[in-house]
Design a protein around this ligand. Structure first.
Ligand code: 13P
Ligand code: SF4
Length: 309
């Protein structure tokens, strides 16, 4: 405990020295969230990155989120505690097949989830996050065919919500959310009959069908905090429990184990530690480096998304 306190003090001193901001996603370890200037979902963190005026962004999340921060801050240093903090969705969608699709279907609008590499973003017409995906697709003229990539569960959810038949869906998945089995959610519901169910749209359709609320990580937290219910089955990564317990200490939250790790943790997000955060502020490595051309091209679909409220 003492060692962790010392480390926290070191991080805060380095943060001041570097004129840095610490941005943390809800899936980070509690001790990282406690030190962060801002904890949020992927859309909120992109917006915070855009507002930042200092020198260094220490992005406690996964690499694609830090790439997004860099595209919005080309002149600033963006570091991530662990270079291997990736995402199964990014890995499911290499840029070459996307380019090939674009060549074959030049009239299709490519809507890319923010969980993609900067190279894929640069090939896209507009980006979206779990929070605004429905609004983004609704902003596209109905007669235009759309390719939604790479999350197949989010894509199916968006197709259902928008009623859009001309929406093709890439077949990528999140290893955390896509492996929550519906039968375990049913079992949790039998065990906690009073509980309401909140789910992230990366969950399978059968899980979403049982949910009382579907939304991004921050939207799930807000909904649980505001709800009159006292108990919740929360179908997302268990890092959200830190904010849930802080904001609603008298409510109860249950998490369901997935089939990937028999837990509800993202192995990529959990690569970041306090030690690695201290080291990245000290050495300014691993640092996000992207060519100017790529940043310029990726900014276009990112700005289009950010213009949608
Ligand atoms: P949010 O957009 O809800 O932050 O989700 C990001 C993510 O990676 C979910 O797995
Ligand atoms: Fe990617 Fe899933 Fe981890 Fe989110 S929870 S960062 S989508 S692997």
């Amino acid at each position: 405990m003492l060692a962790a306190t010392g480390l926290a003090e070191e991080i805060l001193a380095l943060k001041q020295e570097r004129k840095a901001i610490l941005l943390a996603h809800h899936y980070q370890e509690p001790e990282i969230q406690e030190l962060a200037d801002w904890v949020g979902d992927s859309l909120e963190l992109a917006r915070k990155a855009r507002e930042f005026q200092g020198d260094v962004i220490a992005f406690c999340g996964v690499w694609f989120m830090a790439e997004t921060a860099k595209v919005l801050n080309p002149g600033r240093v963006v570091v991530v505690p662990d270079r291997e903090a990736s995402c199964s969705l990014v890995e499911s969608c290499p840029v070459e097949p996307v380019r090939a699709y674009r060549r074959k279907h030049p009239d299709h609008v490519i809507v890319s989830y923010i969980n993609t590499s900067v190279e894929v973003k640069a090939e896209s017409d507009i980006l979206c996050t779990s929070r605004n995906a429905v609004d983004v697709v609704n902003s596209i003229p109905p007669e235009k065919p759309v390719l939604f990539l790479p999350d197949s569960n989010l894509g199916s959810y968006v197709r259902k919500q928008t009623g859009r038949e001309n929406l093709r869906i890439w077949q990528g998945t999140c290893i955390v959310h896509a492996t929550f089995p519906a039968r375990r959610v049913s079992a949790a519901r039998l065990e906690h009959p009073e509980a309401r169910i909140a789910a992230h749209p990366e969950c399978p359709e059968a899980v979403l069908a049982m949910a009382d609320f579907i939304g991004s990580t921050s939207a799930i937290i807000n909904w649980c905090v505001k709800s009159e219910a006292r108990e919740f089955i929360v179908m997302t990564e268990s890092g959200v429990q830190h904010s849930l317990h802080k904001l609603a200490p008298d409510k109860r939250f249950y998490f369901v184990a997935n089939e990937q790790c028999n837990c509800s943790e993202c192995p990529y997000m959990k690569r970041n530690t306090l030690e690695k955060l201290r080291d990245c502020l000290l050495t300014l490595e691993p640092r996000v480096e992207i060519s100017e051309d790529l940043m310029r091209r990726a900014l276009v679909p990112l700005d289009r998304m950010l213009a949608i409220q």
